[in-house]
Design a protein around this ligand. Sequence first.
Ligand SMILES: [Zn+2]
Length: 299
Amino acid sequence: MKFFDPHVHMTSRTTDDYQAMADAGIVALIEPAFWLGQPRTGVASFKDYFSSLVGWERFRSSQFGIKHYCTIGLNSREANNEALAEQVMEVLPLFIYKEGVVGVGEIGFDDQTPAEEKYYRLQLELAKEANLPVQIHTPHRDKKQGTERSMAIALEHGLDPGMVIIDHNNEETVKSVLDQGFWAAFTIYPFTKMGNERMVEVVRQYGPERIMVNSAADWGISDPLAVPKTAALMKMKGISDEAIRLVTYQNALDAFGKSGQIFEEEFGGEIDQSQKFNGNTILRGGQQPRIDKDSLFIN
Ligand SMILES: [Zn+2]
């Protein structure tokens, strides 16, 4: 089976992760712009980060045969530094129209402060103007309320729910998200929150329509193989192959494909690690490039 992980922060991961993801059948991924674990102090840091998402990281992923897309936005935590947030808003239009950008994200609420709401609303307008999907991070505290509020505001701004992916759902939020016509994404977190056995039950109960699974793997304890592992568990637990295909591949493609930036025929391109990006390769001195003209899998 082939997989699409629509939420994974590869900047924080190693080449071993890329290799393991490719070997497990991940052919495409989306890297949302997010919080790096400590606050940035200037707009130049944001610019360099956004540039890396459409540049170096996209290249690095290609060296393992995985098609890399990203979403660009101001994350909710850093929206609380209003002086900096204003400057970030000014540079966002320079990045959202670039090749490989499939949405505005991840945006939304963290602590549900007035500043978070202000920049969430501004970025919804930006997405509407650019006709791009929106990837919404829902808060981990007061999730139910934060999710409802995120959806109500998106509707208030006239967004088509079919263009909005609500992320980090759980059993308490999923029904309302689907009932209102939004896409419901689920992050599989090791040890806490949403484990993949619970995910199997969600798909059993609600079916596979408009549901997608992601790893949200980042610099914390997380699992970049969460999508293929969940697919395997679903198979063991008797979920149909077609339902598995929808929630681990096709629905992400359909939702973010509304950006007009995703071309399935480009997945699984040949690997040539002798390629360079601005003169730089992923190889270290003495390493031999892996060149494979036929297959994604090399042993
Ligand atoms: Zn994230």
